[in-house]
Structure formats: structure tokens, C-alpha cells
Design a protein around this ligand. Structure first.
Ligand code: AMP
Length: 213
């Protein structure tokens, strides 16, 4: 499958992407994970992106397109991919369209995960992330077995720098202003599946049904 996952931070894109990759060997491509890795490594990309990320602002489009142009042409994408957190602006969506035409790749569709704001706020403030493997936990509903330690890889489980209340509020504003217009963009392209649900199982079932239709 070749899908775009759209939705506010905390809508469940990462969780749904991980469930879908287990179905057919498609790869999850999260620009947020790539950028966090670059910040951790102290690479040029990481140095350029860090301040934007910490504030909850978007990293400039040209940096993101540079990453994605390379990533989408790697061999593992041939078996399918789930774009998690990309595109995030209309210019990114336009450039993605051109890039896919150029490399002769056709998307199935874009999925909008529509989740109420109060659910999102609760999820983001209680979410914890493994610094090693990126596994996602929740202090209320799914804590690691040992506090602060990842069940899967043993690395630290922490609250992300951009999950302070101020950064979360900014990320949601940025989503509404810059990314929400993509729903209309993909609807006009006749490529949108919009799902209003808080359960990842329900979302995955709806995606499966549309893929099989
Ligand atoms: P995420 O993990 O998807 O919430 O991304 C974390 C942060 O990385 C965002 O708040 C942005 O600062 C940056 N980021 C991730 N993906 C993009 C993108 N497609 N365009 C611009 N910035 C991005």
C-alpha cells in the first residue's frame, strides 16, 4: 500500500502506521522520526531543524523535500510506504505530486484521521516516547513495565521536548493553519478517505476495506 496519513499531532498516525506495516511489509516513513534522529546525531540537518522542532514550528519545506526525495527512492519503498507526518503544507503536497510523477509511483489515497481536540490534548500530554526505538507509551493507558524504560529495547522513555503545553498548543495551531488545508487538497484530487474515530483498530479496518474495494 502507498498511503498518506493526515491528522493533527496525537491523532494516532504513528500507531496506525505501525499496525499497517505489519500487514504487508510496507515501510513507515515518519519525517518527525527522521528529524529527531538527525537532531540526536548532531548532523547538519539536525542542527538546522532543532530550534523549529522544539518550538513546535514546521521545519522549512526545502529541508523536508530534500529528505523525502532521497527516502522515497530507496529500495524498501518498492513494497509500499505509509507517509506519517508528510506532507504538512500545500507546497509540500504539490512537490510530492511532482516527485511521484517523476519517479513513476502512484499513491493509493490519503487518509484523514479526525480526532476531537480534547482527546488529542489528553493524548499528547500523557504520551511518552522511547529515545531508542521510537516506541510510543502513555502514562495512563499504556505505561512501560518499568517506569522510564522501554519494554522493547531498554532505552529511556521520555516526554518529547515538543510535548510541553506551550509547544503542543503551537503545534495544534500550526496544524490548523498549515496542514488542515491538505484535507481539501486531497479531497479535490478525489484521493481522500476521512475517518472519524479514536480507536486505531477502527481506523485500520476502514483503510483495509477501502484498499480491498
Ligand atoms: P511529528 O513527530 O510528525 O509530530 O514531527 C515533529 C516535528 O518535526 C514537527 O513539529 C515539525 O517541527 C517537524 N516536522 C515533521 N514533519 C514535518 C514536515 N513534513 N514538514 C515540516 N516539519 C516537519
Amino acid at each position: 500500500m502507498k498511503l498518506i496519513l493526515l491528522g493533527a499531532p496525537g491523532a494516532g498516525k504513528g500507531t496506525v502506521a505501525k499496525m499497517l506495516t505489519a500487514m504487508d511489509g510496507s515501510v513507515q516513513i515518519s519525517t518527525g522520526d527522521i528529524l529527531r534522529g538527525a537532531v540526536k546525531d548532531g548532523s547538519e540537518l539536525g542542527k538546522k531543524a532543532e530550534a523549529f522542532m522544539k518550538a513546535g514550528d514546521l521545519v522549512p519545506d526545502d529541508l523536508i523535500m530534500g529528505i523525502m526525495e532521497e527516502r522515497l527512492q530507496q529500495d524498501d519503498c518498492k513494497s509500499g510506504f505509509l507517509l506519517d507526518g508528510f506532507p504538512r503544507t500545500i507546497p509540500q503536497a504539490n512537490e510530492l505530486k511532482e516527485l511521484l510523477t517523476r519517479i513513476n509511483v502512484e499513491l493509493d489515497f490519503a487518509v484523514e484521521l479526525d480526532v476531537p481536540r480534547d482527546v488529542i490534548l489528553d493524548r499528547l500530554t500523557t504520551r511518552r516516547t522511547c529515545v531508542g526505538c521510537g516506541a510510543i507509551y502513555n502514562v495512563k493507558s499504556m505505561p512501560p513495565k518499568v517506569e522510564g524504560v522501554c519494554d522493547k529495547c531498554g532505552a529511556d522513555v521520555v516526554q518529547r521536548d515538543d510535548e510541553t503545553e506551550a509547544a503542543i498548543s503551537n503545534r495544534l495551531d500550526v496544524y490548523n493553519e498549515k496542514t488542515a488545508p491538505l484535507v481539501d487538497f486531497y479531497s479535490k484530487e478525489d484521493m481522500l478517505l476521512s475517518i472519524t474515530a479514536t480507536s486505531s483498530d477502527v481506523v485500520v479496518a476502514a483503510i483495509k476495506e477501502k484498499l480491498e474495494a
